[in-house]
Design a protein around this ligand. Structure first.
Ligand code: PLP
Length: 432
């Protein structure tokens, strides 16, 4: 497989962009080698600058629910762009997309933004404005974008105030961030016993997808919702990754809708942008109506609700019928079976974990992973070898062991089986 064109582009990119990329994990640092510069995508397939084709199991990190360049999405986006790419005024597509989100989820009001990071940042500001409190609770291993206050790592002990996880974030910015172990209701109780009247909100990934896929234990999210309600704090469920992906109405459909609880605020992104920069936060009307221009909590954006991006998202969601989710679930299950069958045959210890249609593989572990410490115990070296063997075989996997794998409605394990069947050949490499 020639990589000459990708190598040349990477060399040029490094001259003009830090690390040659615009988002760190794209640089292949975790797995080594040259990132493939993609030139086009169609359905389940990507083609790189050298003309190599890959079955794509990353899906732009989640958004490409229908596959690449879905004809109806492209047609709608082309027509929207021809009408004008940005007006800086309200426009119909953003209303239609907000209605679609309100229809599918428990939120009553939606505010559009341009990235998941903006969505979580704004939701936290709103929670602090609503409650008049400063402290926030997050869970280790959960990623909510590169919001300063959320780039915090726990120190020792069950309940610790966060210390910055990166240079550039002042200590005082994370001093009000409490970082707790995921799936640990007792730690939540300890934090609320100590700081309950100072906590503005708890934010969690509805199902964690950024430490590999780690679903919430049954009742964990319900416990968060009820604990927040008991202490006058808000519960923010981050569905940027899981929203309209894990299931048609998001992960909440598999959890709160069944167990009978609702988040106060939710954040969305990825799928709802249909491959364009669109995201949103939403929730209870009485909380959301505190936002400017009705209320005093300021939040704004030049390109928020952009007509082309919201058209892409709306068209994607309208095409994402219950039948599409049934197909996604079936494909996801088939790919999981292929992986786990081949791994088992090759004698590679592993655990496959799912959250709706999302899944990931934990390497070299024998027990289900329930938190970040468990996720970090995996053998990432085995994944690196496997990743490169699959890349050479024409399967594009996430360039890190700590990421979810995504299928699309365009994937067909029967048709795409040639490269997928190379799993079996790639696995002895992982077995080492
Ligand atoms: N929240 C979650 C759960 C995410 O997975 C991500 C991104 O992966 C974000 C927030 C941030 O979204 P963005 O990358 O669009 O800023």
């Amino acid at each position: 497989m020639s990589t000459t064109a990708s190598e040349a582009l990477f060399a040029r990119a490094k001259q003009v962009s830090p690390g040659g990329v615009n988002s760190p994990v794209r640089a292949f640092r975790a797995v080594g080698g040259t990132p493939r510069f993609m030139a086009s995508g169609a359905g389940a397939w990507l083609t790189d600058a050298d003309g190599n084709r890959f079955v794509d199991l990353v899906g732009s990190w989640g958004p490409m629910l229908l596959g690449h360049a879905h004809p109806e999405v492209i047609e709608a986006v082309t027509a929207a762009a021809a009408r004008g790419t940005s007006f800086g005024t309200p426009a119909e597509p953003e209303v239609l997309l907000a209605e679609e989100i309100v229809d599918r989820t428990p939120v009553e009001r939606v505010r559009m933004v341009s990235s998941g990071t903006e969505a979580t940042m704004s939701a936290i500001r709103l929670a602090r404005g609503f409650t008049g409190r400063d402290k926030i609770v997050k869970f280790s291993g959960c990623y909510h974008g590169h919001v300063d206050a959320l780039l915090a790592e726990a120190g020792s002990g069950v309940v610790t105030l966060g210390i910055p996880g990166t240079p550039g974030v002042p200590a005082h910015v994370t001093a009000d961030t409490i970082v707790l172990p995921f799936n640990d209701p007792a730690a939540v109780d300890v934090a609320f016993a100590e700081y309950g009247d100072q906590i503005a909100c708890v934010i969690t990934e509805a199902a964690a997808g950024n430490m590999g896929v780690v679903p919430p234990a049954p009742g964990f999210n319900a416990h968060l919702a009820r604990t927040c309600a008991a202490h006058g704090a808000l519960f923010i469920s981050d569905e940027v990754m899981t929203g309209f992906r894990a299931a048609r109405r998001g992960h909440w459909d598999l959890d709160g809708a069944v167990e009978g609880w609702q988040p106060d605020l939710m954040t969305f992104g990825k799928v709802m942008g249909g491959g364009f920069p669109a995201a949103a936060f939403g929730g209870r009307a009485d909380v959301m109506d505190l936002l400017a221009p009705i209320g005093p909590v300021y939040q704004a954006g030049t390109l928020s609700g952009n007509p082309v991006a919201t058209t892409a998202g709306l068209t994607t969601l309208r095409l994402a019928t219950p039948e599409v989710y049934e197909r996604l679930a079936a494909t996801s299950t088939q790919v999981q079976a292929l992986v786990t069958g081949a791994l088992t045959e090759a004698g590679v210890q592993h655990v496959v974990q799912t959250a709706g249609t999302m899944f990931s593989v934990f390497w070299g572990v024998t027990e289900p992973v329930t938190d970040f410490a468990g996720a970090q115990a995996q053998d990432t070296g085995a994944y690196t070898a496997f990743f490169h063997a699959m890349l050479d075989a024409g399967v594009y996997l996430p360039p890190s062991a700590y990421e979810s794998w995504f299928v699309s409605a365009a994937h067909d394990p029967e048709v795409d089986s040639a490269p997928l069947s190379r799993l079996a050949e790639a696995l002895p490499v992982a077995a080492r």
